[in-house]
Design a protein around this ligand. Structure first.
Ligand SMILES: *Cc1c(COP(=O)(O)O)cnc(C)c1O
Length: 452
């Protein structure tokens, strides 16, 4: 049930087909290069694109822009302690700023880092420290044939089996950091059980590693835990969140996700020594530790957003809307990853456009067709975004929080149906230019249709 109404609106338009065709060409078939005003339904990301509440707008006015010791910082610090249970925070301009602060502090060249699945900026930051990011997803995570089996309940889990194999190989000393990403963004936004978090905690203790939770979508994860993990069926979202987060030594948070804010992030920790070391690096890269790259008003908006994110009504409505979107697409005959995850529906482009081989980027081809057909912008997370891995060809349609209504989602489902009706005519793509950091190529690389 939707538990909010709109009190401010923004006009959106569907440009003509001719304009859409031209924009796509100008963008080098990379939708990151499209002007947002020419996008009708923008499902590129759920990051920082949500709608703030009236309370958050009110909080902006209270922003204290003092360089040091601002009251906005105190309010953010209290919110993080109340909602997430962590007493020490280092704000950052967004999640990747927090990653730079934390991983730059914890890692050295040659280290190995384990994660259920590294998000792309996490992978890049770890690689940037000269360390080696190794994914440890469970088998169900990328097995599109598995359907809705038990293993799929928490397909975002961290595989201890894989992690142990890496440690046997590299030695425990080589692994100073173990990360768990909740929900597992790069594995179709699938949830992670609290039980799995407990076992990762034990594993980190065994190898004497720092246990970090990438907590960007901790509230959505808690909503799934309540639905699927018997122990928590009567718990509230905020109780579950505190329980799960409480196993970590440190958190990396993007306020643009479950902070319900448009910008911001932070590192949080219980470890005073780590806190002090993070502050030093934050001063170098982000800002003085009581603002860390955020305006005071943005810290206030995020402080309120964090509290709203763990309200039962909000978190439940959030994952239900994404599920409804998945059902609309399924009913329209679109192959999707099921069960649907927390922040997005993932379309199986390898099946949808099965005539295109991975070298011709079927996911990116689908992304372009959705824009051409209905002004819808999604993002490819397959062989274009993750070169040299054998990931399935997924297209992510992420839902901004508290923003689109059912009519918008119906338009997307109709658009996808229209694309699939003429799937044979969809041509593949090839790279026309490639940026220097392969891990980040999907943000800026340009493509062109494959000529036959
Ligand atoms: C978004 C995200 C980040 C990075 O946060 P930004 O605010 O985009 O810099 C890190 N990890 C995960 C899992 C994310 O989803």
């Amino acid at each position: 049930m939707v538990t909010y109404r709109s009190t401010m609106v923004e006009r959106i338009d569907l440009p003509s087909r001719e304009t859409r065709e031209r924009r796509l060409e100008e963008a080098g078939y990379n939708v990151f290069n499209l002007p947002a005003e020419d996008v009708f339904i923008d499902l590129l990301t759920d990051s920082g694109t949500g709608t703030m509440s009236t309370d958050q707008w009110a909080a902006l006015i209270r922003g204290d822009e003092s360089y040091a010791g601002s009251r906005s910082f105190d309010r953010l610090e209290s919110a993080v302690e109340d909602v997430m249970g962590f007493p020490h925070i280092v704000p950052a301009h967004q999640g990747r700023g927090a990653e730079n602060v934390l991983y730059g502090t914890l890692l050295a060249e040659g280290d190995v880092v384990l994660n259920n699945t590294h998000f792309d900026t996490t992978r890049a930051h770890i690689a940037n420290q000269g360390a080696d990011p190794v994914d440890c997803p469970v088998d169900a995570a990328f097995d599109l044939e598995a359907g809705e089996t038990d293993a799929r309940e928490f397909a975002g889990n961290f595989s201890l089996e894989r992690a142990r194999a890496v440690v046997d190989d590299a030695g425990a000393d080589a692994v100073p950091v173990v990360i768990q990403t909740i929900t597992n963004n790069s594995a179709a936004g699938q949830p992670v059980s609290v039980e799995n978090t407990r076992r990762v905690r034990e594993f980190a203790d065994e190898i004497d590693a720092t246990f970090v939770l990438d907590a960007c979508r901790f509230a959505e994860n808690a909503a799934f835990v309540r639905e699927r993990e018997a122990e928590f069926s009567d718990a509230s979202i905020d109780e579950i969140a505190r329980e799960q987060l409480g196993y970590a030594d440190a958190l990396v948070m993007s306020g643009k996700k479950d902070g319900l804010a448009n910008i911001g992030g932070f590192v949080a920790t219980t470890d005073v020594d780590l806190f002090e070391r993070c502050k030093q690096r934050a001063i170098l890269y982000e800002g003085f530790p009581t603002y860390g790259g955020m305006a005071g008003r943005d810290m206030d908006a995020m402080a309120v957003g964090l509290r709203e994110a763990v309200e039962d009504a909000y978190a439940t409505d959030r994952i239900e809307q994404v599920r409804t979107f998945g059902r609309l697409l399924e009913d329209a005959g679109v192959p999707i990853y099921t069960p649907v995850g927390g922040h997005a529906v993932y379309v199986d482009a390898g099946t949808a456009l099965s005539h295109l081989p991975p070298e011709e980027f079927p996911g990116q081809a689908l992304v372009c067709e959705l824009y051409r057909e209905g002004g819808v912008r999604g993002v490819e997370l397959g062989s274009f975004a993750f070169p040299n891995t054998d990931r399935p060809e997924l297209v992510r349609l992420a839902l901004p929080r508290r923003t689109y209504h059912r009519e918008h989602l119906e338009h997307v489902a109709e658009t996808a149906t229209a694309v699939l009706e003429k799937r044979e005519a969809v041509s593949g793509l090839e790279l026309a230019s490639e940026p220097p950091i392969p891990e980040l190529r999907h943000f800026t690389a340009e493509l062109r249709p494959v000529s036959r």
